[in-house]
Design a protein around this ligand. Structure first.
Ligand SMILES: Cc1cc2nc3c(=O)[nH]c(=O)nc-3n(C[C@H](O)[C@H](O)[C@H](O)COP(=O)(O)O)c2cc1C
Length: 173
């Protein structure tokens, strides 16, 4: 299956990136195709609510930024993985911008499954991100939940946590 990971961490070798790498390693071992987009290394602005995409644009966003590279990946993907550090109890702003830009596609046509990967300093800080994931991705886009993974404090980059992520990728069907 084609899997698209949107990594919302600005730290290329940070805690979220480590979990994404372990997940992608396991998923590729199982034969899945995994594309990881480091959204903070891209220029992706927020949605302008101009409705060009839903009128003259016919599903295309008017903004000519790096989201144009992500749209084809979104259209091909059967599974999306949202990965982010927790910032103020939610996703990073950069990931939120990319998520809001999915608006142009309505529902990406092959997308069936989703998963969530979160990293934080403290425990009990995930409700905001999980709320968005469950309501916008599972309920609104009607995706099947394949799992929610989180690491806080010393769990970050621990061998146990990275193995959990690798196993998650490995057992995906
Ligand atoms: C701007 C900012 C806001 C943060 N907000 C929270 C928070 O609300 N709760 C929390 O537990 N950690 C918070 N953190 C800590 C990060 O979530 C944590 O360090 C995470 O492991 C970073 O992941 P990364 O290495 O992938 O960037 C915040 C960090 C930053 C820079």
């Amino acid at each position: 299956m084609k899997i698209l990971v949107l990594n919302g961490s600005p730290r290329p070798t940070g805690n979220t990136a480590a979990m994404v790498k372990a997940f992608a390693f396991g998923a590729r071992e199982s034969g899945h195709q995994v594309d990881v987009v480091p959204v903070c290394q891209k220029k992706i602005a927020g949605c302008l609510a101009c409705e060009y995409c839903h009128t003259k644009g016919n599903g295309r966003c008017i903004q000519r930024d790096d989201m144009q590279e992500v749209y084809p990946l979104l259209e091909e993907a059967e599974m999306i993985v949202l990965a982010s550090p927790i910032y103020y109890h939610g996703f990073t702003g950069q990931l939120q911008c990319a998520i809001n830009r999915i608006y142009a596609l309505d529902k990406p046509k092959n997308l069936r499954k989703a998963a969530l990967i979160l990293s934080s300093g403290s425990d009990h800080v995930y409700c905001g991100a999980i709320y968005e994931y469950q309501n916008s991705f599972l309920n609104y886009l009607k995706l099947e939940d394949m799992g929610i993974f989180s690491a806080y404090g010393e769990q970050n980059k621990s061998a146990e946590k990275l193995e959990e992520l690798r196993q998650f990728g490995l057992q995906l069907r």
